[in-house]
Design a protein around this ligand. Structure first.
Ligand code: SAM
Length: 423
């Protein structure tokens, strides 16, 4: 309730009463000339569809793998025809579980290498249940630099509650194989605020992560999306979700744990150790998304491919881009999009902020208030969120995602080519 009020108020103050986020049906986008861009590749297949997962995914289906791969290759080709041999500053392969189609990933990466000049890291996410030595060897052969493994918990009981298809021993062996394979970084995802979980359980997971030596640990509180089946699934199990005060305490413990153990906070949720590069899926400024439901952000437009795997394949294989919805990025939106992700980073470069927002009085007042409330502080030439600030900003961002982004996604999941979605 309070969070809802805060989100609405902030949106109203910053973006204005009239400003709506409007996505409209678009078949084609005029792709401007670019010299470089980041790429996101979406692989929707999962061997085990977790009940809490909100992402666009389908059951692994051997009959769809070939057509889907051909569609992805065709979409890459179409961007190549429009953009020419430009630089690809990073590739992020997400899902779903991309490694379910390991050999096809080799073909996709090879095609990108042939057409473009890859100048940055190749990052991939996968799950502990899907990893083995053969898959890791192939990823290394394809030139993958950074890997993120969905572990979620090192406790068999919580893995069961989450509907994961492996146990803690398998999770440890998957992470160990990855860690001994010279990736530039191995991130593990953990989830907390799980039904029935207490602080000691969370600390047990963190200690396991520390012991195993992951370069980065990303800890997400379980949030339930209305369109995921987690609500139904958890109700059946009659378990109690931690409330906001428990959540607050858990985040504080997590933050302190990593600080005491020499990890540096690299996002609201992520903590990394040493000089390895930061693993991050979402903080890039502009990118092209390939695959069903993939989003693209170009300088002045944000657009989404159709979420339906079948329609994605059909549209792409007839030689067109599978774009379903687009939203123009007004100068105001561009600025706030940038700010949203800097809050996610938990620090903001003061000079960049000044360049983008000039003398924006509302923003100045907000930052002063945040400092007064102990949510942010000046740190050299940066404004940095405190631990408390990171927690509350995270709550607001979660709420924003659930209220706004969730509505776009759930509508786009129901209908392949919606006319308009307004939020
Ligand atoms: C795109 S998912 C990758 C999932 C990967 N295929 C796996 O099975 O582990 C990225 C991460 O988001 C987190 N996540 C997914 N659903 C979530 C939810 N409902 N609440 C909180 N975190 C979630 C998980 O930690 C997951 O590893």
């Amino acid at each position: 309730m309070i969070v809802d009020f805060a989100t609405r108020t902030i949106r109203r103050i910053l973006v204005g009463k009239e400003q709506r986020f409007v996505f409209t049906r678009k078949e084609n986008i005029a792709i401007p000339p670019l010299s470089q861009i980041d790429l996101y590749i979406h692989i929707p297949f999962c061997r085990n569809k977790c009940p809490y997962c909100p992402y666009n995914r389908i059951d692994y289906d051997v009959n769809l793998v070939g057509p889907y791969t051909r569609a992805v290759l065709s979409e890459i080709e179409q961007y190549f025809l429009r953009l020419g041999k430009i630089k690809i500053s990073s590739i992020y392969i997400g899902g779903g579980t991309p490694t379910t189609v390991i050999d096809e990933l080799g073909v996709i990466i090879k095609s990108i290498r042939e057409k473009f000049a890859i100048t940055g890291d190749i990052c991939i996410e996968t799950t502990a249940g899907d990893l083995n030595e053969d898959i890791i060897r192939k990823l290394k052969d394809f030139g993958v630099d950074l890997i993120s493994i969905g572990v979620q918990s090192f406790d068999d009981a919580f893995l069961k509650i989450l509907g994961r298809n492996y146990d803690a021993a398998k999770a440890c062996s998957a992470v160990n194989i990855a860690l001994s394979s010279n990736f530039r970084s191995v991130n593990i995802d953990l989830m907390f605020a799980l039904p029935g979980q207490n602080i000691a359980n969370v600390l047990d997971d963190l200690n396991e992560a520390l012991k195993i030596g992951a370069n980065q640990v990303t800890t997400y509180p379980l949030f339930t999306f209305p369109y995921s089946s987690v609500g139904r699934y958890l109700k059946i199990r009659k378990v109690k979700m931690p409330g906001i005060f428990r959540l607050r305490k858990m985040y504080k413990e997590i933050h302190n744990f990593f600080k005491q153990n020499g990890y540096q906070r690299v996002s609201v949720w992520g903590f990394k150790k040493g000089g390895s590069p930061r693993f991050s899926s979402v903080t890039r400024d502009t990118y092209i998304g390939i695959g069903a439901g993939a989003g693209s952000r170009l300088p002045d437009v944000f657009y989404l491919n159709t979420f339906s795997v079948k329609d994605y394949i059909e549209a792409t294989l007839t030689g067109r881009l599978p774009i379903a919805l687009a939203m123009d990025m007004t100068p105001k939106l561009i600025k706030y999009y940038w700010l949203y992700w800097r809050f996610y980073d938990t620090y903001i470069d003061s000079q960049q902020l000044c360049e983008k927002f000039g003398k924006d009085v509302k923003l100045k007042v907000m930052f002063s208030l945040a400092k007064l409330l102990g949510l942010a502080k000046e740190n050299g030439n940066q404004i940095e969120l405190t631990e408390r600030g990171a927690f509350y900003i995270h709550l607001l961002q979660n709420h924003f995602i659930l209220n706004y982004i969730d509505r776009v996604w759930s509508a786009a999941m129901k209908e392949s080519w919606p006319d308009k979605i307004e939020i």
